[in-house]
Design a protein around this ligand. Structure first.
Ligand code: 5GP
Length: 131
């Protein structure tokens, strides 16, 4: 069965898309730790990040770099923090999270409550800066 992220890539499930190319896709995390919290995935469905073939993994990191640059240009923050967990969704993904301190990347923290209009506006702002 297709992963929830493959369904997002295929448009079967809606998402707040921020960037896409032939092999990769980036969209806002639905339960964000911070405004601009984005997930970057390969379209190829592989569960574990470190089981990706070398070309796909290195391409994913380079794609994530471009997404991170776009996020940091519109979301005030010290850095874009990077996390890989993969404990919930079995489709490799990298979390990109705007942070100002270590505690901003604590996954036990209550998630932000953003409404669809807010999420849409954030995604669009990031998307316009993606190069
Ligand atoms: P992980 O697999 O890295 O432990 O966590 C999966 C992440 O994906 C979580 O941060 C969760 O909020 C996010 N997530 C789970 N389902 C969906 C979904 O349907 N849409 C979006 N945009 N994010 C999701």
């Amino acid at each position: 069965m297709a992963s929830i992220f493959s369904k997002i890539v295929n448009g079967e499930i809606p998402s707040y898309r921020v960037a896409e190319d032939e092999k990769y896709f980036a969209f806002l995390d639905i339960n964000p730790l911070a405004e601009g919290h984005t997930l970057v995935i390969p379209k190829q469905e592989v569960d574990y990040l470190f089981n990706l073939d070398q070309e796909t993994l290195s391409g994913l990191v380079l794609f994530a770099q471009r997404v991170a640059k776009a996020i940091e240009s519109v979301i005030p923050c010290k850095r874009i923090g990077v996390a890989v967990l993969g404990l919930e969704v079995p489709h490799a993904h990298i979390h990109l999270i705007p942070i100002n301190s270590e505690s901003d990347i604590d996954f036990h923290k209550p998630k932000l409550k953003l409404n669809p209009e807010q999420l849409d506006a954030i995604a669009q702002k990031i998307a316009t800066k993606f190069e």
